[in-house]
Design a binder for this molecule. Structure first.
Ligand code: JB2
Length: 215
């Protein structure tokens, strides 16, 4: 059992807290930038204050779990900000271990970088690389030999075929599908339910079946 502090106390943090409890880790407290959340509790764990609550904690003994997710209104900027928060914590000496829910299926032949999070029901197949601070959310599937760039998020129920290359800070929306072998450039946003059958350039926003540019 390791000690953890969760950064953020909204929806994503609740899911991360559940994951850590399911793994029988010890969550000391949560922090949140919003003072309105201070003093509240999630599953009996206190939201004690903002990130200055980390001051005085020994980074060699306390792990950090990033409990901030992303929403549809401010993508992909939110993903870049989230990754900067994680990097700042690493620069201050904190560890952000990769986290796998016990009800996820991750191949021994997959590689998860620090800060990667794989939620309940998700599947990560052999040969896949899941980058730093990536979220493979509930029931998402990442098939063999996919490469998921740092900070990307695969929303619940999204499906990637084999050997899909996903850039940094890419958002793949709820239930979207990406056929095998496609490349998606950095910062692209794939809308919920889209079906991607061609390469997507960096920064593009696509939606529909098959997915088309919506700029
Ligand atoms: O730098 C920060 C910081 N920035 C935002 N430090 C700390 N400690 N907290 C920060 N926050 C806090 O994260 C905000 O004040 C807010 O309380 C929380 C984000 O909560 P919210 O529920 O708005 O979103 P989320 O990021 O937890 O979840 C989103 O992304 C998930 C992937 C939602 O869209 C979820 O539905 C989605 N599953």
């Amino acid at each position: 059992m390791s000690d953890y502090v969760i950064i953020g106390a909204g929806g994503h943090a609740g899911v991360i807290l559940d994951l850590l409890i399911a793994r029988r880790e010890n969550v000391l407290f949560l922090t949140d930038a919003d003072p309105a959340r201070h003093g509240s509790q999630l599953r009996g764990v206190s939201v004690t204050g903002s990130d200055d609550r980390l001051t005085g904690l020994d980074p060699t003994t306390v792990n950090i779990a990033l409990g901030i997710g992303a929403s549809g209104t401010d993508l992909p900027a939110r993903l870049t900000t989230r990754r900067a928060i994680a990097d700042d914590l690493r620069n201050r000496g904190y560890r952000l271990p990769s986290l796998i829910h016990p009800a996820a299926t991750v191949s021994d032949g997959a590689v998860l970088d620090d800060g990667a999070q794989v939620m309940a029901g998700a599947i990560v197949q052999t040969g896949a690389r899941i980058g730093h601070d990536v979220v493979v959310n509930t029931r998402a599937a990442v098939d063999h030999d996919c490469d998921i760039g740092d900070g990307a998020q695969i929303a619940p129920g999204a499906t990637l075929g084999g050997n899909v290359q996903v850039g940094c800070d890419v958002w793949i929306g709820l239930g979207a599908s990406v056929i095998q072998g496609v490349s998606i450039g950095n910062g692209a946003v794939i809308a919920a339910g889209a079906v991607v059958i061609d390469d997507i350039p960096a920064g593009a926003r696509v939606a529909g079946v098959p997915a088309k540019d919506i700029h």
